[in-house]
Design a protein around this ligand. Sequence first.
Ligand code: SF4
Ligand code: SF4
Length: 272
Amino acid sequence: MKKHRQESGVFSNEIFRSKREIQNEFFSYQSLSTQDFYIQTLKNKFLEVFLKNIKESLEMYHEIEHDQSLETIYKEIPSGQCSGCGNCCAESVHIFYSEFLSIYDHLVHLDKLEETLDRVKAFHVQEWSKAQKCIFLDSDNRCEIYPVRPLVCRLFGHKSKKQHNKDYKLIKKRNKQVDKAIFQVHGVHISKEVLKHKIRYCKDFIKDQDMPLGDHNALMDRMYGLEMVYLAEGYIDEGDFDKSLTQWFVDFFLPDLKDPKVRIANLLVEKS
Ligand code: SF4
Ligand code: SF4
């Protein structure tokens, strides 16, 4: 983030603390409502900077009509028929900064930011202990942000089985690396449920036409092209290119949750 990017803490040299101490800290986080959390973190100088960044970059997003650019990119995905089973909405998906701005803008207009932050908080603290559905999937398996849903969601049904399995291998490998790093620093493992979580390949999506992998990659490249504007202005940095939907909200609005100990404590609670 602009000039004030904070370390995630996972790889930092922090002093290892007792499991009981971490658990107690977690309970104090849990007892705070999002409103209290928000007030508490408003005192945090980083939050002011982050909110200023959102405000400024959102102004830029509208000025350079990135909402239109996103629509143009999305429209290039061939149509198809989705059964609406919701199976693929089973994680916090990767999104680009321009998509975060689009979703944020949408939620603010609907007055749903506060409610979303409650869901983000619940999801984030359990992210290493439980496999969870996307925070925007409602009880009827519908996407609550359907008009502004991100690129990866729109592409999911268009993936070949081979590509789907290849992506899963990469995710599994990355999860293992994160797990190893957490174990080295904190002495605990991410749950097996999370480490092995696999979203089933979609057989039910009826494609109107096949979409070659080259076309998927070309759309991704164009998304990166939009990101370059925010990168050049210093609103994001390269480290933000691989960020999930909930992580964007945490980084901007709930910085106190960025401490990995919050998620580790939940892991310990689940195990005890
Ligand atoms: S894309 Fe496939 S898995 Fe996802 S909701 Fe549609 S039919 Fe279900
Ligand atoms: S944003 Fe919508 S479409 Fe994408 S995973 Fe979440 S609920 Fe599913």
